[in-house]
Design a protein around this ligand. Structure first.
Ligand SMILES: Cc1cc2nc3c(=O)[nH]c(=O)nc-3n(C[C@H](O)[C@H](O)[C@H](O)COP(=O)(O)OP(=O)(O)OC[C@H]3O[C@@H](n4cnc5c(N)ncnc54)[C@H](O)[C@@H]3O)c2cc1C
Length: 458
């Protein structure tokens, strides 16, 4: 038993090196480190960590298997509820989920559950082993719209049960936010590719460059013989601040910048994706998306400022991302809110007027609210990236009669089955919940796959 109050630390690339490339920052545990960390687990009779996980991974059991050196068993236990441990081990907000419930966290640091999950997932991928055998085809066609985690999770379970699953994806590559949003220094694209490759080997078909609602409609999918449809189209429509000057050149949504760099390889000289050589960039927002955009622009050579209207304590981003951003020299301009973007004579971003904010009373979520002070300052910037949230794209609801949605555009589902207001059409992930997490999307995909199977077997 390892009685240390601290986690076994994770090796990381030094900040001065990592801002020069897009290599993964945290390089992962060795087996020796994993066993040492697993030996900190108290193996509680009633493990609270499992309750903290949105998909109730059998955490204590897989950690025990690591301790005993049975990595295949550890992998199989995780796979029962989470199809992508290498991904979730890297990007899940464990500090507010499973690790927040670990009893070791009361007097020291909790067990590093995420790092251990990542270790097991990576071990499996390195073995090059095949995923669980697919049952013989039952000939029943199911369409999945969107290849983000919710679509991949749903397709994975259905294909294992023998369904003929086709994923329709508007982009030319699969993975949703895992591919176009989260940068490779947090989630190497090789990991996502290998997970997708495993799905292909299990018979899942992909139809890329296919925008459901334009290229073909849901109505036409029925005509093509699909017997159930799952909508996992995410929440990729960026919100803007609606301030003066926000339409000038050099203003981007975070998703656009991230897509240009991650998917369209703006960082690679062999690609001609345009991204100007910005000198001083403002990123507005305090979530993971803002941190990702800021750290990407730092690697593109810019001086980067995060402008956030509350203090650092209220930032929704993962603490680890905030720490990494600080180490990389990103400046945090806190209690500031942009009220105007001033262009130069060529209508390019030149200055930003910021209002100084104060903290007021806590809001309904317990976060102190930002209060304007009327005091204004003006700062020079040549680029502004807006990361203040996203909503579901309206196209599918606009082109599908009878599909009920909330006022903000989330698809309404029966929470038990994920079925929408239209029989045999299911939905999940960010398209239903609004911007959330990878693990909640995977959980929703799994739930929907089970309900689709039960309904089609009747
Ligand atoms: C930059 C960024 C960083 C993040 N970091 C984290 C993190 O660290 N940890 C975490 O847990 N979560 C994080 N999230 C949130 C997480 O990635 C999402 O909650 C998750 O990806 C939602 O999965 P999804 O499958 O519902 O949607 P998405 O991943 O958005 O996938 C939806 C897919 O549907 C496709 N699509 C949309 N409309 C259509 C259509 N009409 N026809 C065909 N295809 C369509 C899209 O192109 C996309 O590929 C982050 C999000 C962003 C943007």
């Amino acid at each position: 038993m390892n009685k240390s109050k601290k986690k076994v630390s994770m090796p990381e690339l030094a900040p001065e090196l990592r801002i020069q490339n897009f290599k993964e920052v945290c390089t992962g545990y060795t087996q020796e480190m994993a066993v040492e960390e697993a030996s900190r687990c108290l193996d509680c009779k009633n493990p609270k960590c499992v309750q903290g996980c949105p998909v109730n991974v059998k955490i204590a059991d897989f950690i025990r298997a690591i301790r005993e050196g049975d990595l295949q068993e550890a992998y199989d236990l995780i796979q029962e509820t989470n199809a992508f441990p290498s991904v979730c081990g890297r990007v899940c907000p464990q500090e507010s989920q499973c690790e927040a419930k670990c009893v070791l966290g009361i007097k020291g640091e909790p067990v590093a559950i995420g790092r251990l999950e990542r270790f097991v997932g990576d071990w499996f991928l390195e073995q090059g082993k095949a995923q669980e055998e697919r049952k013989e085809s039952n000939g029943i066609k199911v369409a999945v719209i969107g290849s983000g985690p919710v679509g991949l999770g749903c397709a994975s379970d259905l294909s294992k049960l023998g369904y003929e699953v086709t994923i329709f994806e508007v982009l030319h590559a699969a993975g949703g936010v895992l591919t176009y949003g989260i940068p490779s220094f947090r989630l190497p694209k090789e990991i996502v590719k290998r997970e997708i490759e495993a799905l292909k080997q299990n018979g899942v078909q992909f139809s890329f460059n296919t925008l459901i609602g334009r290229t073909i409609t849901i109505e036409q999918l029925w005509e093509q013989g699909y017997q159930a449809i799952f909508i996992g189209s995410g929440a990729g429509l960026p919100k803007f601040m609606n301030i003066k000057g926000e339409n000038c050149n050099g203003v981007f949504s975070a998703n656009e910048i991230l897509t240009r760099v991650n998917l369209m390889k703006a960082v690679d000289q062999r690609y001609d994706t345009p991204i100007a050589d910005f000198k001083k960039v403002m990123v507005v927002g305090g979530g993971n998306v803002a941190m990702d955009a800021a750290r990407v622009m730092r690697r593109m050579g810019a001086e980067v400022h995060i402008v956030y209207r509350r203090s650092i304590e209220e930032m929704p981003a993962r603490w680890e991302e905030i720490e990494h951003a600080k180490e990389e020299g990103i400046v945090f301009d806190l209690l500031r809110n942009p009220v105007e973007i001033i262009p130069d004579e060529n209508y390019r971003v030149s200055k930003v007027v910021l209002e100084i904010m104060k903290l007021g009373e806590p809001d309904e979520k317990g976060r102190r609210s930002p209060m304007p002070s009327s005091e204004l300052i003006t700062e020079d910037f040549d680029c502004a990236i807006i990361a203040v949230g996203t909503t579901p794209n309206p196209l599918i609801r606009q082109t599908t009669d009878g599909l009920e949605t909330t006022a903000w555009g989330g698809i309404i589902v029966n929470e038990e089955t994920m079925e929408t207001s239209i029989p045999h059409i299911y939905a999940g992930g960010d398209a239903v919940s609004g911007a959330a997490t990878v693990i909640s999307a995977l959980g929703a995909g799994k739930k929907a796959a089970k309900a689709i199977h039960e309904s089609l077997q009747k």
